[in-house]
Design a protein around this ligand. Structure first.
Ligand code: ATP
Length: 357
């Protein structure tokens, strides 16, 4: 198990800054995900760790060893690419054995290791099949076996599930996670899919514009988004602009339009936010943080149902309240489902309001 450290790593392509001053320390054995929209710099960061790109500045360490300018084949990393990059005319065995032949291992050793890798990815006995005779999901497993067979210290996965259909993607996601836990291998995973990142990762680095927006566990990222971008990129959220009206020891009151005031906890305010009276702030409230506000006095928003979607597990509402369009998700209890045009009151607990900006 190897730690991976990036120190002030940047990558410039002519005029474009692909990655801007990234600092991370990935723990030995950790499942660490780079998450962000297209063009945010996640693949470029992964490629610098793999050695396909060298940084324009900064250093990359594996353990204590400086790897910044070490070529890819000398890094002890196994990589799975989005398109798998398998040799279509060769057999499964030949594909998986490729890296071992390059490393000039003996024939019996190659045989043993390839068989073990195919067992690990649950493709035992498939060695003689040709790649073009396999399904997409099976090809994905061969790519994973090929990365693992060299017994790398670090496994790098670049959107490995994006070519699979939804059901297979979920199955394969669990498989990869199981294998990673079994092998205890330090794993760096790139995806733009927040659900995938949340389900698999020990920690996530959210990126945008080449920069780190937040690093944290899935729970931290979801429940305590560092800023507006993270709050809206991870899951759904309501962002409400308001003005700080009162600040006490524990609480803050924000006027979010008209007479509507919301009271939150100071412990849910991001440290960089200025809480001076009259300051403009942005609140984040998740749809599932709302509940029925009938009979409640504090933190209740009155509105009208614009859309009502019944999903079985929940009822999802789009609610208009003054200038605000809000999304609310109520767990389906089988009663009192509101339809379009009906009045609704949404209540939110103080500890479910986050001041993100
Ligand atoms: P995607 O999910 O679409 O692959 P990404 O988050 O992985 O996106 P990167 O591929 O890392 O993003 O790209 C980051 C930025 O660097 C983008 O603006 C991209 O256009 C630019 N970039 C990446 N590779 C190159 C290159 N070889 N030459 C020039 N610009 C590049």
């Amino acid at each position: 198990m190897i730690a991976v450290t990036l120190k002030e790593v940047s990558k410039k392509f002519d005029q474009v800054i692909g990655v801007d001053n990234v600092n991370i320390r990935i723990q030995p054995g950790e499942f660490f995900t780079f998450l962000g929209p297209s063009g945010c710099g996640k693949t470029t960061t992964l490629r610098m760790i793999a050695g396909f790109y060298y940084p324009s500045s900064g250093r990359i360490l594996f353990g204590e060893q400086d790897m910044t300018f070490v070529p890819p084949n000398k890094r002890n990393t196994g990589m799975v690419f989005q398109n798998y990059a398998l040799f279509p005319h060769m057999t499964v065995f030949e594909n998986v054995a490729f890296g071992l032949k390059v490393r000039k291992l003996s024939k019996p050793e190659i045989q043993k290791r390839v068989e073990r890798a195919l067992e690990q990815v649950r493709l035992p006995g498939m060695g003689s099949r040709r790649i073009d005779q396999l399904s997409g999901g099976q090809q994905q497993r061969v790519a994973l076996a090929r990365a693992l067979v060299i017994e790398p210290g670090i496994l790098l996965l670049d959107e490995p599930l994006s070519n699979l259909d939804a059901k297979l993607r979920e199955e394969t996601r669990s498989e990869i996670k199981r294998l990673q836990l079994e092998l205890g291998i330090t794993t760096i995973y790139v995806t733009h899919d927040q659900a995938e990142a949340m389900a698999m990762s020990d920690r996530i680095m959210v990126m945008e514009g080449g920069r780190i927006q937040q690093i944290g566990t899935p729970i931290e990222i979801y429940n305590r988004p560092a800023n507006r971008f993270v709050a809206s990129f991870i899951g759904e959220t309501n962002l409400l602009e308001g003005v700080v009206e009162e600040v006490s020891d524990q609480e803050i009151t924000v006027r979010v339009g008209g007479e509507l005031r919301l009271v939150g906890l100071k412990s849910n305010v991001n440290p960089h936010v200025n809480l001076a009276l009259g300051e403009k702030v942005v609140l984040s409230i998740r749809p599932e943080a709302f509940h029925d506000g009938v009979g409640q006095k504090e933190n209740v928003i009155q509105g009208t149902v614009i859309l009502s979607e019944f999903t079985g597990v929940s009822v999802n509402y789009l609610v208009q309240s003054g200038d605000h369009s809000l999304r609310a998700m109520f767990i389906n209890t089988g009663t009192d489902i509101r339809s379009r045009g009906e009045k609704i009151s949404l209540a939110v607990a103080k500890d479910s309001i986050f001041v993100v900006d």
